[in-house]
Design a protein around this ligand. Structure first.
Ligand code: FRU
Length: 906
């Protein structure tokens, strides 16, 4: 819109400029002939005059002395829309009609030099031709002294100057009978024609005195012919026109070529002046006759000077005019530039205004936007707050679920473990066993739900990881079907696996797929009536396995299908289920890059379809289970319900029962664990971390069983403290906890726990774990006794190795000291007597005194190989108070006396 306005203004501006450059008047000028100097002088004069009138255009046409051509030219000029016609008719009669036509059309007609035959013209400008003829006649009479012969050469007889000049001459000679006009020749205004005519006539008049030629060019021709024919005679020649300039007849008079000439002004300026007066409605005269005069030797000098001066002035004027034209050109250019500049200035003002307006508008808009932005920001912050609060609420909800789940797991352990123990005991009655099974079944169910909640927490926190391995899916599903078969049988449900595949290797995480299939089957059994059917179809597509669990139970509505996998979704009329199983299944299946979908109709049964990609290329390397890793733990919980009664425990070599410190804040669990262990071990208990740790330092037990979450000091701290203290670093620690994420296990291991057992644990698993740890330690001992510990396979911690090596070095350095006592060594090593004893025993299998004695005897054996030393000296160097005591001890150990030993070995 704004641009259109600018364009309009510019167009108006330039249109205005163009209008000023247009012509105000158009004048047509029809010339009978333009070929001679006199006519050129007329045109120059006319143009000079018109130059004073801006924007007046002159259309010039030259008929080249042809009347018909001139008629045609005038017609053309009339048609082109001229406003005034200037015409010099070649001949009067042939041109009169067309000139009258113009006049009658209302176009002003200015006739110049030659006349028409009618009075229908607006003005006439030209010389008085009759007067010209008459003046020449009178002058000839005077020149010849009243007697002489002359020839007249006329112009075109039908052109008015020719007839008028002839008439004037005849009239002048009528009263001067001494002057005889011997011939009148028709020169038609043309030099050559005149010459031809004269050549023919002149020889007839050898006494001719004078020739009168009616124009300048014919006069020149006459002179030439006279010179040709009568070179010795001086025939006088008189011309007409009085043209200035180098080639004009004034110069000819001046040079003496002709005697005289009658001035006949062209009238160009005057004609233009009259024409402009007519056009501008100014007063003008119809008849404008220009005066004549004779130019001869008496006045030619002065006239030539004047005309030369005039020519030079005219040249000056022309130069000035050219300069003016130049200036005008510059002026026009500059004016054009000015218009453009003005235009641009206006445009810039408009654009500036537009820009200013836009700036103001923009500022307004920006202000509005800023306030809206602030509003949006406030709203966004509010939303963020709400989202954060919602997130917090969700977090705390999940935390609550997790914590409550933890809380559930300990009591569940306490239900499941004793029930398992009771079920193992064969003496219970069938009725009690049935009830116990019911308790076990429901406790397991409760544990299953708690585990589902915890799985969600793990998924939610991104901590769950796949551990896939290649398994036969057919066998796997058959195995999962087993627990359901009894129910199916009881409820007369047709429960079948339908597949054409004998086996199919699929990569999956057993634990997760166990949960998925168990869930689908539980659902199917929940919603299928007695006598119904539940089919599991397993088929094999190009690159996936398709598992369908299909039932003919109550089915699914469209809303059920849409919401089946949404967390906490429960069908409208459904009271069965938690709404957790299917979303959890979907998470597990999607972790395998598979799909799980539901299908069916209300009342027509449901089908759940699981697809899993074949092969293992779609898993990350860390998703693949380490084939050597111990994955038994989880299955132990559910499958080991039958402890073999005749199980052979690995016994420790020492008859003293090992001491185990159990630190657990849950009194029931503490009691339960104590009950499990007290038959084989000395059990010391503590219910908070600090007290437990003190017990460990006081008693230096053979093993510690410790809960992770404890009041006072947690299990990880206790482990870490024990492992970094020389007194206790050797004690194996079993961490017992409800937390079972890999991260927590890693934490436990970082604190240097020897084993990590998650609740609920199998009592047997715990017993076996403790037994195995103690046995391993015992086996290790047998390898350590009596030797320095330095190799990496020793199985001892760095601190324990240091302890053993320090102890050995200390004893060896003081072997010759018979007063070396356990107390002294303990003091030196910063340990109490008991601590030193228990630690040495735990690490090396015997007491400190045994170690001292062993080392003394070891050294004695080495010294006995040196024959230079006596037995008495050796007894002395190895710290025995007497040779006899040394010999007794030596013999007790090796069965021979030192002397005999030396004989045998040397
Ligand atoms: C020029 C001319 C003049 C003469 C006039 C008469 O064409 O021949 O010499 O005076 O015409 O019309």
């Amino acid at each position: 819109m704004r641009l259109a306005l600018i364009a309009f203004l510019l167009l108006t501006l330039f249109a205005g400029c163009a209008e000023k450059q247009g012509d105000d008047y158009v004048i047509g000028f029809s010339q009978c002939t333009g070929d001679d100097e006199w006519r050129r002088a007329m045109l120059d004069g006319m143009q000079r005059e018109l130059a004073f009138h801006n924007n007046t255009k002159l259309i010039f046409k030259d008929a080249h002395a042809n009347s018909a051509v001139q008629v045609k030219h005038i017609e053309e000029l009339l048609q082109s829309g001229i406003q005034l016609l200037i015409v010099s008719p070649n001949e009067s009669d042939p041109l009169t009609p067309v000139i009258e036509k113009a006049f009658h059309k209302g176009i002003p007609v200015v006739v110049v030099d030659r006349r028409t035959s009618s009075p229908y013209y607006t003005a006439y400008v030209g010389g008085d031709n009759y007067q010209v003829g008459k003046t020449v006649g009178e002058y000839a009479n005077t020149l010849l002294g009243g007697n002489g012969k002359m020839i007249e050469i006329t112009g075109l007889p039908r052109s008015s100057p020719a007839s008028d000049r002839h008439r004037g001459l005849v009239d002048a000679l009528a009263t001067r009978p001494g002057i005889q006009r011997v011939a009148t020749l028709n020169g038609q205004w043309e030099k050559d024609i005149a010459k031809n005519e004269l050549r023919k006539a002149l020889p007839n008049f050898p006494d001719l005195d004078l020739i009168f030629a009616q124009n300048e060019v014919m006069a020149m021709g006459a002179r030439e012919v006279c010179n040709e024919i009568f070179p010795e005679r001086k025939i006088r020649v008189i011309g007409v026109d009085g043209l200035p300039g180098q080639f004009g007849d004034i110069q000819m008079v001046y040079d003496g070529h002709i005697t005289a000439t009658a001035l006949y002004p062209t009238g160009g300026e005057e004609a233009a002046r009259v024409a402009m007066n007519i056009l501008q409605k100014q007063p003008y005269q119809k008849e404008n006759l220009l005066q004549t005069a004779i130019i001869d030797s008496s006045n030619v000098r002065m006239i030539k000077m004047q005309t030369d001066k005039m020519i030079s002035q005219q040249n000056d004027i022309e130069r000035q005019q050219a300069r003016i034209d130049e200036q005008l050109e510059i002026y026009h250019t500059q004016r054009g530039l000015l218009y453009v500049m003005t235009g641009l200035f206006i445009v810039s003002i408009i654009l500036g205004s537009v820009a200013l307006y836009s700036l103001i508008e923009n500022k307004k808009i920006n202000k509005e936007l800023n306030s809206k932005n602030t509003e949006i920001l406030i709203q966004r912050n509010r939303i963020q707050d709400i989202a954060e609060k919602a997130q917090e609420a969700t977090e705390s909800k999940f935390r609550f679920f997790t914590n409550i789940s933890h809380e559930f797991r300990t009591p569940l352990t306490l239900i499941l473990a004793p029930v398992e123990e009771l079920l193992r005991q064969k003496n219970e009655s069938p009725a009690v066993k049935k009830n116990l099974s019911l308790v076990q079944k429901n406790a397991r169910r409760l544990l299953w739900l708690v585990n589902q909640l915890m799985d969600f927490r793990k998924i939610e926190s991104g901590k769950i990881r796949l551990q896939v391995a290649g398994n036969d899916i057919i066998a796997f599903i058959r195995e999962l079907m087993l627990p359901f078969e009894q129910v199916a049988k009881k409820r007369r449900i047709d429960f079948r696996l339908i597949t054409a595949l004998p086996e199919l290797n699929v990569w999956f995480d057993r634990d997760m797929m166990d949960k998925v299939i168990f869930n689908l089957l539980s659902n199917a059994f929940k919603f299928t009536s007695d006598w119904g059917h539940i089919y599991i179809h397993i088929a094999h597509a190009a690159d996936e396995v398709i598992i369908k669990v299909q039932d003919n139970g109550s089915g699914l509505s469209e809303a059920d299908i849409a919401g089946a996998f949404e967390m906490f979704y429960q069908g409208k009329n459904s009271t069965k289920g938690t709404g957790l199983g299917l979303p959890l299944s979907r998470e597990f299946v999607e972790l395998h890059q598979g799909t799980i979908t539901a299908d069916g109709k209300k009342g027509e049964g449901a089908t759940f379809i699981v697809t899993l990609p074949l092969g293992n290329a779609h898993f990350q390397p860390e998703d693949i289970a380490d084939p050597t890793s111990d994955t038994i733990e989880k299955s132990v919980i559910w499958t080991t319900t039958d402890i073999e009664p005749g199980h052979q425990h690995i016994q420790t070599e020492h008859q003293d029962r090992p001491t185990v410190v159990v630190i657990e804040d849950n009194e029931d669990l503490l009691g339960f664990v104590t009950g499990l262990l007290q038959n084989q071990y000395e059990v010391i208990t503590a219910t908070d971390g600090k007290a437990g740790l003190d017990q460990c330092f006081d008693t230096v037990p053979d093993l510690v069983v410790c809960d992770v979450m404890l009041p006072g000091m947690d299990g990880l701290q206790i482990t870490s403290t024990l492992k970094s203290d020389m007194r206790t670093s050797h004690i194996p620690v079993v961490l017992l906890t409800a937390k079972n994420t890999p991260e927590q296990q890693v934490e436990g291991m970082q604190a240097r726990a020897d084993m990590y057992v998650t609740k609920p644990f199998s009592p047997q698993f715990l017993q076996e774990s403790i037994r195995s740890l103690l046995t391993n330690r015992q086996l290790l001992l047998s390898a350590q006794v009596g030797r320095n510990i330095g190799d990496s396979e020793s199985g001892l911690s760095r601190l324990d190795k240091k302890f053993v090596n320090d102890l050995r070095a200390l004893i060896v350095s003081r072997l010759d000291d018979p007063t070396l006592t356990v107390e002294a060594i303990g003091k030196e090593m910063g340990l109490s007597r008991v601590q030193l004893f228990r630690k040495t025993k735990a690490l090396l299998g015997g007491g400190t005194n045994d170690l001292i004695l062993n080392l003394r005897l070891e050294k004695a054996c080495a010294l006995l190989r040196n024959p230079d030393l006596t037995v008495a000296e050796i007894a002395d160097q190895t710290g025995f108070t007497s040779q006899s005591y040394f010999s007794t001890v030596f013999k007790n150990r090796f069965g021979v006396s030192p002397k005999d030993w030396r004989l045998v070995k040397s």
